[in-house]
Design a protein around this ligand. Structure first.
Ligand code: ADP
Length: 238
């Protein structure tokens, strides 16, 4: 049997202040799937990603990644869990005092890549992300869209099985957001599972991928190839 890439079973998360951020969340994602997570602010989307990264522990329920219940991992196993992921955030989180090349190389070095692996891989991911001519440039000299490309190059450098993205187009103009989304699609088509939080209604509608909609800690819709489904009145659009 093929294990799901990600599986949440009856996950509850209550923060120490008593807020119930997740209330019985269950879903699974197949290897190679592309899934959007939408929902109003405070509905529990980021808590799901933090749970997957084991930045937080769930209160009850199980979370499995390729069949392994990650809620049961010891502390020393968490770095190995995180090596299965690439992570992209809204605010890029680049090393501003290092060049584009060095930003990507650094991400490989910290997981033990050899200098020759780095020399062979970094040019490939810079090519994939359209950054070949920017290798020696510092992030501060790049546009927002280019900076997000660097973040994506860094996220895929170690060939992650799963790409987690939290509002990756939230700071970008619509046209640039389109291009960034195309890049995520290319990476997905090459086999990487993608879980992306977004409020970008137009992009979700255009791409016709699975959409899970959260509301107050619960999944209220889980649609294949869906139209954008965040309730009217949620003002968070990109
Ligand atoms: P979203 O990503 O959909 O905006 P979050 O997962 O960030 O939602 O938050 C879900 C709920 O949990 C919100 O009510 C938020 O205020 C609360 N919350 C998030 N992080 C914490 C925290 N570290 N401590 C206490 N409450 C939190």
């Amino acid at each position: 049997m093929i294990q799901p890439a990600i599986s949440f079973e009856q996950v509850h998360k209550t923060y120490s202040n008593g807020v119930d951020a997740l209330e019985g969340v269950s879903f699974s994602v197949d290897p190679g799937e592309f899934v959007f997570i939408t929902g109003a602010s405070g509905s529990g989307k980021s808590t799901m990603i933090k749970t997957l990264l084991r930045e937080i522990n769930v209160t009850s329920g199980s979370v499995s990644v390729f069949g392994e219940d990650i809620t049961q991992l010891d502390h020393h196993q968490i770095p190995f869990l995180r090596r299965q992921y690439g992570v992209v955030f809204q605010d890029f989180k680049l090393l501003m005092d290092r060049t584009v090349y060095e930003n990507v190389a650094f991400a490989m070095r910290v997981v033990g890549a050899t200098p020759s692996e780095i020399r062979s891989r970094v040019p490939d991911v810079l090519f994939l992300t359209g950054l070949t001519s920017k290798a020696k440039v510092y992030p501060g000299q790049l546009s927002g869209g280019e900076q997000q490309r660097v973040a994506i190059a860094r996220a895929v450098a170690n060939n992650p099985k799963i790409l987690l993205a939290d509002e990756p187009t939230g700071n970008l103009d619509p046209e640039i957001a389109d291009q960034i989304m195309d890049l995520f699609m290319d990476i997905n088509e090459a086999g990487t599972t993608v879980l992306m939080i977004t409020h970008a209604r137009d992009l979700v509608n255009k791409l016709q991928k699975r959409v899970i909609t959260m509301e107050k800690g619960k999944i209220v819709r889980d649609q294949k190839c869906a139209e954008y489904a965040v309730p009217e009145g949620d003002v968070h659009e990109d």
